[in-house]
Design a protein around this ligand. Sequence first.
Ligand code: NDP
Length: 284
Amino acid sequence: MILLDGKGTAATLRMGLAVEVQNLSRQIARTPGLAVVLVGNDPASQVYVRAKEKAALEAGLNSMVYRLEIETSQKELEALIDKLNADDNVDGILLQLPLPGHLDSQACLERILPEKDVDGFHPINMGRLALGLPGLRPCTPSGSLRLLAHYGLNPAGKKAVVVGRSNIVGKPLAMMLAAPTINATVTVCHSGTKDLGAECREADFLFLALGKPRFIKKDMIKEGAVVIDIGINRTTSGLCGDCDFEDVKDKVSAITPVPGGIGPMTIAELLFSTIQACKWRNQL
Ligand code: NDP
């Protein structure tokens, strides 16, 4: 069984990115900038934002983190997004989700300029993904595919099953897998799927993004499958994925750990996106 080490892979990728940031900074005579906006004090979001800030700084990006009070109004948040949209030193804007309940996430996401939308959640970028046009892509699906590529695991011509159809993970991942660039044959499962086990047992590549701790057991997995566990679940015994790692580990050919799998890849992907956004904005 191959343990797909996202933490180590992301660290290697980030070193290469630091060199790219240096070169790019010379070309554009400034440092590419990433602005991260966090509203409120959700503990998990605070951890994610700190990790993103650290990775951005280590890669040599101009990292700007805006920590706003939980009482921030829609108008105030939109004013900040407008300011960042207009700031030429800002190449990427990431709005950390979830937002406090009184704020309209969709309206805020749509307010970010598509060319600075490094999370790839703007309808323009999702539409470009659906149409197979270049654009900024959601980081978790991209990071999952980059990890597979790093290990030489190619889903082309294979059966891929994606469990979960959220706008941020399952849906864009399914679109990317089915695109001619990857060429997998894709099934998408959700809470309306009749027999989840039967669908998962068909998968050569099984992508889990349902957010249910240790839900997928070995009787739901094909012998020799590659399992990409995207779930991050907080339990009393710590973080775990959507898959019961101990139960399935002797049946799979490769699997991501949680933590240390897709989480760090997602953060590395945010840096890739920022560099890409900066290049496109500068016609490079
Ligand atoms: P959502 O809750 O938005 O979506 C979950 C999806 O799973 C839904 O489509 C839901 O179906 C489906 N689902 C839930 N239960 C079942 C079930 N029993 N059988 C089949 N399908 C089911 O979650 P997200 O996509 O935002 O996140 C999924 C997981 O990934 C979470 O654990 C999250 O923490 C993690 N995550 C990890 C990231 C990383 O960097 N590694 C980044 C983002 C998320 P339906 O649509 O019918 O409700």
